[in-house]
Design a protein around this ligand. Structure first.
Ligand SMILES: Cc1ncc(COP(=O)(O)O)c(C=O)c1O
Length: 410
């Protein structure tokens, strides 16, 4: 087990909040995201400290851009990775001078202009048209900007098994390597756009440290072969995020220690790195933020329908869309509650497979399907762990106009 991942008590903060919740006696149903900021702080610190000097960690804000989360991570990372003008503004609200990198497909002229005004450190250019527009804008404004070119590289063999693939196959991300000659030609004539390297984010939810090291090795060889085309003597390689979180087998998390040891070894053997000519950037979201969050919700009903048992909770995938989006059973813990105020029996499922669903009027509103539980009753609480990244942030909050969950930061 990787020591960096705080396993012992992922729900400690949530449980202490539930115990102290002053409205507990009013009969109000509980529904909240509870974030353990101290565990987030330690995790971010340890993850970043383990990196060798030639590596820099940016936090990919898309995973969770709530202000207390950003404030907690901010002291430990080099900067923030953003993918919209909204995220850039949130990053600037945290700090006037934190380094910001701006990526994502389909940036508008307005966004590019404001990003430059808000002094982003780098823009990750995703297409030739975007590069032409950026050159055009900067020729008119006279403001300098540094870019990395995002490339969707071809793979001579399969990418590692990952839940999502952003590259190595047709996607809307990045430009093909075949466009690089034209990019080099455009950049040669650009007075204000400085090209500093390449961005290659190709996988998401990578679970294997050795495979990720092998991928990075391939990245380095690939970008090295492009350096002469751009007359680059040194470069930044942004190797993306994509470090995974194991939602199915909690004891088998990504081995960050092994990964960073491999990075240290690479730093001693690779000539570009030993000569100080390659700086590696990472922009992780999930791996930094997932562990600190718990989605707490209360069981409203337990019922049987055509041979299946359903546990219906307060809230739903409009709060926490991750399980349905990734089509997995999300891990949770049951916190039994003794209180029962009604004069009739508690709906209960015991020693049976159940399907845990929310309040939405769609059969897709499922958190976990066919999971075997010893006992669950109306009024018990379910604590969905690993909910700190891509939880509230990716959910369609107002579908059906149910109340939002509380957002609690411990
Ligand atoms: C370009 C880019 N960078 C970084 C990330 C963050 O990835 P993760 O949260 O898997 O680390 C993403 C996620 O989609 C992305 O698209």
């Amino acid at each position: 087990m990787n020591e960096l991942v705080l396993t012992e008590d992922w729900t400690r903060a949530a449980k202490s909040w539930i115990q102290g919740y002053e409205k507990r006696d009013t009969g109000e149903l509980l529904c909240a995201f509870v974030y353990d900021l101290e565990s987030l702080r330690k995790h971010a610190r340890d993850v970043v400290q383990a990196l060798p000097d030639y590596c820099r960690m940016y936090y990919a804000m898309k995973a969770n851009s709530e202000e207390p989360i950003l404030n907690t991570i901010y002291p430990y990372v080099t900067g923030f990775e953003t993918a919209s003008i909204g995220e850039i503004r949130k990053a600037r609200a945290v700090s006037a001078d934190v380094p910001i990198i701006f990526g994502g497909p389909g940036k508008t002229d307005e966004e590019l202009r404001e990003a430059v005004l808000l002094n982003v450190e780098r823009i990750h250019v995703e297409s030739l048209h975007e590069l032409r527009r950026l050159i055009h804008l900067t020729e008119r404004s006279g403001t300098e900007v540094t870019v990395l070119l995002r490339v969707n590289i071809s793979m001579d063999r399969d990418l590692p098994e990952a839940t999502l693939q952003m590259g190595g196959r047709p996607t809307q991300f990045g430009m093909e390597a075949g466009s690089l000659n034209e990019a080099a030609r455009l950049l040669k004539g650009a007075r204000y756009v400085r090209m500093a390297g390449f961005h290659l984010h190709t996988v998401s939810n990578q679970m294997d440290a050795d495979e990720h090291l092998a991928l990075i090795d391939r990245y380095i060889n690939t970008v090295e072969s492009w350096m002469p085309m751009f007359k680059l003597d040194r470069l930044i390689l942004n190797a993306g995020g994509g470090i995974g979180v194991n939602y199915a087998d909690l004891d088998k998390q990504f081995d960050w220690q092994r990964f960073t040891e491999g990075l240290h070894q690479l730093g001693q053997s690779n000539q570009l790195i030993t000569s100080g000519r390659l700086v590696m950037n990472f922009e992780c979201g999930r791996y930094l933020a997932a562990f600190c969050g718990t989605y707490v919700t209360e069981v409203i009903d337990v019922k049987h329908n055509h041979g299946k048992t359903y546990v219906i909770v307060r809230g739903g995938t409009q709060h926490f869309r991750l399980p349905v989006s990734w089509k997995h059973n999300h891990p949770f813990e049951i916190l039994e509650q003794d209180r029962w105020d009604y004069p009739f029996p508690r709906p209960t499922a015991a020693d049976a497979p159940v399907t845990v669903v929310g309040q939405l009027c769609t059969p897709k509103d499922v958190f976990a399907d066919h999971v075997h539980l010893p006992k669950v009753r109306s009024g018990d609480l379910l604590l969905f762990i690993l909910a700190g990244a891509y939880g509230w942030a990716i959910s369609h909050h107002d579908f059906l106009s149910h109340p939002h969950p509380q957002l609690v930061y411990i």
